[in-house]
Write a protein that binds this ligand. Structure first.
Ligand code: HMG
Ligand code: MG
Length: 307
């Protein structure tokens, strides 16, 4: 039953990251055809933004080293489905554009420790690496997302000052990114912190309609944080089917907010997503069988136990 609550948007766009953020963190490398089938099933469940893979150095993320083989398998998806891919540098952009990718994402860090661990660069060196990527992607008419990791806390540096996050967000937008995604990479955020950061961004001239949120669920706060963001006006929420996920370069990063948990809450609030929860749950059950382990999603467990 849907019971609306005040100050919430009528519709939310879910940015599905299971095939990228989820599978990049699996110990086993998932066969390319299984990844393609996962993405097809996600699209059939009504997800329209499905992050497909990353064009990063194959030694850094071996789980996604098959990007060149995977991307061409993804033709023929329903109209309107978008397949963003992660690209850290010009080499990655060349690889993505050669395959016809039209939505890319660069991924920066609010902290020096994670910039070093994830990109082998300082924060400013990473921004310098992204600048030509964003410029060339825009010249090629691609949509560009700018991820920012460690927006709330960092496993090496502790709590992250809001001002540091605002500085890098502004730099990414000034560079030409169309949208930002605020990453709580290790899942330590709480709702007041989320609203404080969104307000600080607004004060610095960053409008909420350019900002998405990307919560990991380490401390069980991802849904509460999402609701806080929605109340602030955010309408793009990242989530991962079955709660797959983490980051290989951030110790203590666990799974993302599960898409099933998000959809359950949004539909319960009467917010449209376009997603068929039954088909999505079946997809995540199918994927969990391929991975040989159960999903951490509470909604998925509740719904699949019913059957
Ligand atoms: P580096 O070692 O500094 O690379 O890594 P380099 O620029 O010195 O180049 C070294 C060699 O790598 C060169 O080859 C390049 O051509 C090659 P050589 O000339 O020596 O033969 N190379 C590449 N090959 C293929 N594709 C490429 C590429 N780039 C260079 N794109 C680099 C720098 C950025 C490449 C590396 O650090 C990297 O690949 N990092 C990716 C890490 C990653 O993918 N992390 C996970 C995603 S981020 C995340 O999960 C967080 C997020 O979910 C949000 C959140 O939760 O916070 C988004
Ligand atoms: Mg992530």
């Amino acid at each position: 039953m849907a019971v609306p609550a005040p100050n919430l948007p009528p519709r939310v766009r879910i940015h599905e990251v299971g095939a990228r953020d989820g599978l990049q963190n699996e110990k086993t490398v998932v066969p390319t055809e299984v990844k393609a089938e996962f993405i097809r099933r996600l699209a059939a469940a009504g997800l329209t933004t499905i992050e497909a893979t990353s064009f990063v150095h194959p030694k850094w993320v071996p789980q996604l080293a098959d990007a060149e083989a995977l991307y061409p398998l993804l033709g023929g998806l329903p109209e309107g489905v978008r397949l963003p891919v992660l690209v850290p540098n010009e080499r990655g952009l060349d690889r993505a554009l050669a395959l016809g990718a039209d939505r890319i994402a660069v991924f920066g860090s609010a902290t020096e420790s994670f910039a070093r661990a994830n990109l082998n660069r300082t924060v400013d060196e990473s921004l310098a690496m992204f600048a030509p990527v964003v410029a060339r992607a825009k010249a090629a008419d691609a949509h560009v997302r700018g991820y920012l990791s460690m927006c709330f806390g960092d496993p090496w540096e502790g709590p992250v000052p809001v001002a540091a996050v605002v500085r890098v967000c502004r730099a990414l937008l000034e560079m030409g990114c169309d949208e930002l995604s605020l990453g709580d990479t290790i899942g330590v955020a709480t709702p007041g912190h989320v609203q404080e950061l969104l307000s600080a961004l607004n004060e610095a001239g960053v409008p909420t309609n350019r900002v998405g949120v990307h919560f990991h669920d380490t401390y069980g706060q991802a849904l509460a944080n999402t609701l806080a963001a929605l109340q602030h006006g955010v309408t793009t929420v990242d989530a991962s089917a079955g709660g797959l996920g983490g980051c290989p370069y951030a110790k203590s990063a666990t799974g993302n907010l599960a898409t099933e948990d998000l959809v359950w809450m949004l539909h319960g609030l009467g917010i449209e997503t376009g997603v068929d929860l039954g088909l999505l749950t079946a997809t995540s059950v199918w994927m969990a069988e391929r991975l040989g382990r159960p999903s951490p999603s509470r909604t998925l467990r509740a719904l699949s136990h019913k059957e």
